[in-house]
Design a binder for this molecule. Structure first.
Ligand SMILES: [Zn+2]
Ligand SMILES: [Zn+2]
Ligand SMILES: [Zn+2]
Ligand SMILES: [Zn+2]
Ligand SMILES: [Zn+2]
Length: 558
């Protein structure tokens, strides 16, 4: 049993994970799964973008680095230009000083690019961590999406607005964790649904309103069947005004709390964690698909033999790797692509055999951005590893002080929120600037039509004021089109407040032991009041009971 150096929580290492540690000759981690994740997430900013100037061409750009960041920022065109070479920042290794101190100086000196835009993105100005998207705006962490606005964590979706974690969705609004959906609003944790409003855990349902835990149903209203004509009459009534829709949102929250929730979403997967699809041998992971042998990782796809990694795809044999794709046989890597045999590298691309490098492309045998012969590289690498082992650095992720981002702009703040004082004490930067425009509204909230048919197209020209945070916001033409298709009135809350509401229904990385809450004396626990099954689940603060797989499926029926 090991004890976390930060939170004192005890933890163990699975034999499969120990094998991965052994391939790097790395000692046991100093931090528990959660503190280690916090450390890696403190390097990732998805949705806080800022205006600044490219330090090379002086063009005005959007960047994921605010003025509070210590980064030198180039636009992507300048950064990927072959006329400059980051080996110019190369330096000698100083055995008298800790390696991470030298790495910190290097990462602060080498310029970074402004945004993560992978593959071919077309007409996607205000997006970050997007790959092959088209006509999207305010979209983060996205793959192959078209016409999606104000969304996060989307894949293969079209014309969606205000959604979080939707794959294969079309005309979806305000949905969270949905796989395959058409024309739905307010839908949570559901699959293969069409024209459903306000629902949780629905599978293959059509025209259901306010329903929970249903499969293969049509024309259900708060879990009761209705005639088609009556369903349509009630639906028209529910969607008539902003007030009628809001009343149903509230009613649904109370209705849904009475129904059990499944402890984990797993499809065709063996292992522990949440939101696991077509994978095998998964240990305490969150969001994994098409992967094998992954331990304590988050947001992983098409990967194999990984331990404590996050936000990545096509990885093999990696430990402490974050925000990377196509990286193999590597330890301690952030933001790298198409690379192999990297140790402690930051934003390195199409490279192999690099140690402690930042911003290199198409290179091999470099240490601290300095070029060596293969033989000299191997010798110095062995020396640094032995020094790092002696100092307790080898095998750890980059210390938090290496992050170029203020803590409150990173993904770490979402799951491990800190106050400014706490963040400073832990060695993080902080951004005091408050985002958002104020007092510029051209249309006050009480003048925004409460019926979508009565809303003129010119609403997209107006500046509105959020009734929750007072910040100004706009309705995009694309958003209005989606609202019209779903017959929902223009919201009085800004997209940021609406995103915060969705996060309450979204998964988290905290797995806790829980005993099944079922007291229905299903056959397998007929003799006991409460089902004796225990499991690990991310749901601990929800009002509804959490059921084990057997009890949940018994409730669901066919
Ligand atoms: Zn800990
Ligand atoms: Zn530039
Ligand atoms: Zn707001
Ligand atoms: Zn049970
Ligand atoms: Zn039961």
């Amino acid at each position: 049993m090991l004890s976390c150096k930060q939170c004192a929580q005890t933890f163990t290492i699975a034999p499969q994970d120990q094998k991965i540690l052994d391939t790097f000759d790395a000692p046991a981690p100093k931090l528990c799964r959660e503190c280690n994740l916090k450390q890696r997430l403190a390097f990732r900013n998805e949705r806080n973008l800022f205006r600044r100037t490219c330090e090379k061409c002086h063009k005005s750009i959007l960047a994921l680095y605010s003025k509070a960041s210590t980064a030198h920022v180039y636009c992507r065109e300048c950064w990927y230009n072959d006329t400059w070479d980051t080996t110019q920042y190369g330096r000698d290794y100083d055995p008298a000083r800790p390696f991470f101190d030298q790495m910190k100086e290097l990462t602060r000196a080498v310029p970074v690019f402004n945004l993560w835009q992978i593959g071919q993105n077309e007409n996607c100005d205000y997006t970050n961590a997007a790959m092959n998207c088209k006509d999207c705006y305010f979209l983060f962490s996205a793959l192959e999406d078209v016409g999606c606005v104000y969304c996060e964590q989307m894949g293969y979706s079209k014309d969606c607005s205000n959604c979080l974690h939707v794959d294969y969705g079309e005309l979806m609004y305000d949905c969270v964790t949905v796989n395959t959906g058409y024309k739905c609003a307010g839908l949570l944790d559901s699959d293969k649904c069409t024209e459903c409003y306000l629902g949780r855990d629905l599978t293959d349902c059509q025209n259901c309103f306010g329903c929970v835990n249903l499969k293969h149903k049509q024309y259900y209203w708060y879990n009761e069947p209705l005639e088609k004509t009556e369903y349509e009459r009630r639906l028209a009534e529910a969607l008539a005004t902003r007030e009628s829709w809001a009343a149903h949102q509230q009613k649904f929250t109370q209705h849904a709390a009475k129904y059990p929730r499944r402890f984990a979403r797993k499809k065709n997967t063996e292992g522990t964690g949440y939101e696991l699809t077509n994978s095998s041998d998964i240990r305490q992971c969150i969001i994994v698909w098409e992967s094998q042998n992954c331990g304590e990782s988050m947001d992983v796809f098409n990967s194999k033999d990984v331990y404590r990694c996050n936000h990545m795809g096509w990885l093999e044999n990696t430990y402490q790797v974050a925000t990377s794709v196509n990286v193999t046989y590597s330890l301690g890597v952030f933001g790298s692509e198409y690379a192999a045999f990297l140790n402690y590298c930051y934003l390195c691309f199409n490279s192999e055999n690099l140690f402690g490098c930042s911003g290199l492309r198409k290179k091999k045998f470099c240490i601290l951005n300095k070029q060596y012969s293969e033989e000299a590289y191997k010798k110095l690498r062995a020396k640094i590893i032995s020094d790092m082992k002696a100092r307790g650095e080898w095998g750890q992720f980059f210390p938090t002080q290496l992050s170029l981002l203020p803590y409150n702009e990173t993904m770490a703040q979402r799951y491990f929120p800190l106050t400014k004082e706490e963040a400073r004490k832990q060695g993080f930067m902080w951004n005091d600037e408050t985002a958002g425009l104020r007092n510029k509204e051209t249309l006050p909230p009480d003048k925004v039509p409460n019926k979508i048919p009565a809303t003129p197209d010119t609403i997209t020209k107006e500046i509105l004021r959020c009734t929750s945070c007072d910040n100004n916001y706009r309705i995009l033409t694309q958003e209005l089109k989606i609202l019209r298709a779903l017959h929902i009135a223009v919201p009085l809350e800004c997209q940021d407040c609406s995103h915060k509401n969705r996060l309450k229904h979204y998964l988290n990385p905290f797995l806790r032991q829980h005993q099944c809450d079922c007291t229905k004396r299903h056959p397998q626990h007929a003799a006991t009041d409460r089902c004796p099954n225990t499991f690990e689940t991310i749901w601990s603060h929800q009002p509804e009971p959490i059921f084990c797989k057997t009890c949940f499926e018994a409730e669901l029926g066919d």
